[in-house]
Design a protein around this ligand. Structure first.
Ligand code: HEC
Length: 376
């Protein structure tokens, strides 16, 4: 800020303080005034309120009125309100599979909430542990990885939690190296071998991928049979009803595709795919997604100055920031100032190993279902 605007900013803050003083004689709490104070501070980028009881009071009071919204996250981060940690963690765990929840956990970590989050990681409530682990995996920075590794290394007895930890660690290249070392030292528990193998086999790092492939084998399909060529698959009969169930659950397709109201929109909507693609094109789209990435769905990796990598679809790119939507449908906004490099990966974010989730017959059923999705 130049000297003139610093002066103006100080003047405005003085006026704000004056207005709080004037009002506090009459009525201690005035939500409209608190809101005005917070919005003005944001506009002035006057984020350090540690020196003023009154400003901090206005911020924390106003934050109470926006609990559970992105605004709450935004204010907690901007003004570094560490008393918001419990609420951030609560929100993060409740909505860990949404951008708002992942953001809440990320900010709680930044404000020093590690211990609070660790309580949930090791706690008795499995669904809460899984939620916290998922969110940490999505954050993918050094701090979140350290927390996940510490918890993983304490060998939780709950297998579901252990597998979730391994998967979350494997989301990050540094985490993958850690797991690869465990694998080479023969320290990887049986229960996580499939999850870890899967992640390492599709690592973005060719070295990790190569080493892992030499150490751990994976079945071709869920029933361990090698896939027949597509010409053979097309000749098989499928059950569209079963295919619909697989689409929503076991096949994980609905994690990225919308059909009617069902699913998330990471990838293209498939409500009318039956009118668009032939069976052959559908099998190709599922089995070799990177072969046909369309322009709108190119995957980008944003590398930040502090060495984190965020990979996914670029959903906005402005002078100020880039927003990346990852394979779980979680959005992450990175300030241009923090960006070191943006790379096009040329790899679809649609997993290349979906056949591992399904048997050959199930794969055929899913395509039979897609064929029924026609323009009305
Ligand atoms: C992680 C996200 C993700 C998952 C999971 C996923 N897809 Fe996709 N899918 C995409 C994206 C993104 C595209 C766009 C093109 C590309 O990148 O390959 C796509 C493209 C497609 C297409 C081509 C659409 C078109 O208009 O040409 C079909 C068909 C398809 N997916 C089916 C499936 C099925 C069936 C499953 C489950 C077995 C599935 N997808 C799972 C992300 C996903």
């Amino acid at each position: 800020m130049d000297r003139c605007s610093t002066f103006v900013s100080r003047l405005i803050v003085t006026a704000l303080l004056f207005s709080i003083d004037a009002a506090s004689n009459l009525q201690a709490q005035d939500p409209a005034r608190d809101k005005l104070v917070v919005e003005t501070l944001i506009r002035l980028k006057r984020f350090d309120v540690s020196d003023s009881e009154k400003l901090r009071g206005a911020v924390t009071r106003h934050m109470r009125t926006v609990k559970g919204t992105e605004k709450y996250n935004e204010y907690a981060e901007a003004f570094e309100i560490s008393s918001a940690i419990p609420e951030l963690v609560r929100l993060g765990i409740e909505r860990s599979d949404e951008t708002i929840g992942v953001n809440a956990i990320r900010i709680a970590m930044k404000l020093g909430g590690q211990d609070r989050i660790a309580e949930y990681l090791a706690g008795d409530d499995t669904s809460k542990s899984l939620a916290a682990i998922f969110a940490l995996g999505q954050i993918g920075n050094k701090e979140s990885l350290d927390l996940l590794k510490a918890c993983y290394s304490s060998s939780p007895r709950n297998q579901q939690v252990l597998i979730a930890l391994a998967k979350a660690i494997a989301k990050n290249i540094t985490g993958q190296r850690f797991l690869l070392e465990q694998l080479m030292a023969d320290k990887l528990p049986m229960s996580v071998r499939f999850a870890v193998g899967n992640a390492l086999h599709s690592s973005a790092d060719p070295e990790i991928q190569k080493t892992a492939k030499g150490l751990i084998k994976l079945p071709a399909t869920a029933d361990s049979r090698p896939l027949p060529p597509i010409t053979g698959l097309i000749k098989m009969d499928g059950d569209p009803k079963n295919g619909g169930l697989l689409f929503a659950k076991k096949g994980t397709c609905a994690k990225c595709h919308k059909v009617g109201e069902l699913g998330k929109d990471v990838g293209p909507g498939l409500s009318e795919i039956g009118s668009k693609l032939s069976s052959e094109a559908m099998f190709t789209a599922i089995l070799d997604p990177s072969a046909g990435v369309s322009h709108n769905y190119e995957t980008f990796s944003v590398i930040t100055i502090d060495g984190n990598i965020y990979t996914g679809l670029k959903i906005s790119d402005t002078m100020a920031s880039i927003t990346i939507r990852n394979a779980e449908g979680i959005d992450r906004t990175i300030l241009q100032d923090d960006v070191d490099e943006v790379l096009k990966t040329g790899v679809s974010i649609m997993p290349a190993d979906l056949q591992r989730l399904l048997t050959i017959q199930e794969l055929v059923d899913v395509v039979a279902y897609l064929k029924t999705l026609k323009k009305k």
